[in-house]
Design a protein around this ligand. Sequence first.
Ligand code: SAH
Length: 197
Amino acid sequence: MTLDWVLTGKIIWCGCLVLWALIRWIPNRRSRKVKIDKTSRTPSERFSMAVSTLGLGIIPAIWVFTGIPGSFDHATNPVVVIIGLLIFAGSLRLFRITHKALGAMWSHSLDLRKGHKLVTTGIYENVRHPMYSAFWLWALAQPFLLSNWIAGFSGIVGFGTLYFLRVGQEEQMMEERFGEEYRQYCARTKRIIPGIH
Ligand code: SAH
């Protein structure tokens, strides 16, 4: 019996999504207990969250479960699928570490919580947005795991939209709250890749 690698890629993608939801669910319960002090959920923020959800979740899920749009399917092989698995595994590990580091300060959108503390140590020591690094890894894993051009690349387009629309707004919000402390933190760190960007 030969393994169906298209199906294997789909199963791995679904499994990773379930694990990601579990990694998020526990900190989500914790952070919900701490009231939101100030929110910056602008219309552009809502738009980018919707586009990101479409690209990382809804469009690929439609292809996985219905095969639509089938005309964009392509072949795959074990090496490609295993690379995708390794990248997604790295992404999940990074999600776990960043959630632990942010704890109750985490929010799925642009919010500051009561008594919000700036985290600058551990995984946050060299990069300001390691959770977005984790999302980029997920977006990158998707074309390796899903052998359909649309479902595969929708994550890069979807999360890319959120990242570029949000990251400046988030930094502005943090600078307004933490002032000089945040400016100094920015001066000694990069955004998503240590030492590079
Ligand atoms: N951009 C970060 C966090 C994403 S979660 C990352 O990619 O790791 C988004 C929320 O985290 C924002 O609403 C903000 O309130 C909070 N946040 C971002 N950076 C933070 C930091 N260094 N310390 C504490 N909270 C932070």
